[in-house]
Design a protein around this ligand. Structure first.
Ligand code: HEM
Length: 142
């Protein structure tokens, strides 16, 4: 498959993965405020399905990125500081994704300890990650 096809699909899966990274913590904001049992059960179901789906979408996003890096050598060799910085952001995003799963299990056990305000701030992290990764990969500043 041509490099540009891989890049196009990489962007497609990254965008789809981020739909989940942006929306799942919004469900947590609502879960943290909800007191009605029926509504909580519905939100938990939505969260569980979204987490499963975004985990599936993250895999091709990362594999296609690794393919361009290790297979085609883009971001390897001298002048690839941007790639290392981007990989640091990717590690952060994967940990954030995993953290979302941990928080989901807490909600399922009725053991959430954070306020809806905390989740509103938590929700901002992937926005910064996306901005950083896109700036690094497009401008390649170092
Ligand atoms: C294992 C993880 C990843 C690796 C190894 C990787 C690697 C790459 C490589 C080598 C390119 C091609 C750059 C070029 O053509 O100059 C690329 C493009 C791109 N990546 Fe990733 N990537 C990964 C994850 C991500 C993530 C998490 C995001 C978003 C937050 C992202 C956003 C983008 C974008 C927007 C482009 C297109 C830039 C352009 O048009 O040149 N990537 N990636």
């Amino acid at each position: 498959m041509g490099f540009l096809w891989i890049k196009a699909l990489h962007i497609f899966f990254v965008a789809s993965w981020f739909a989940g990274l942006f929306y799942l913590p919004r469900i947590y904001v609502n879960l943290a405020m909800e007191t009605d049992k029926g509504a909580t059960a519905r939100l938990l179901l939505m969260a569980r399905k979204l987490y499963r789906f975004m985990t599936i979408l993250a895999v091709p996003a990362l594999v296609l990125g690794l393919w361009m890096w290790l297979g085609y050598g883009v971001g390897k060799g001298p002048g690839s500081g941007w790639m290392h910085a981007k990989l640091a952001i990717v590690v952060f995003l994967v940990l954030y994704h995993h953290g979302c799963g941990v928080l989901l299990r807490k909600f399922e056990q009725g053991a959430n300890t954070h306020s809806h305000k905390w989740y509103r701030w938590f929700n901002e992290a992937p926005t910064l990650g996306l901005l950083g990764a896109v700036v690094l990969v497009v401008l390649k500043p170092f």
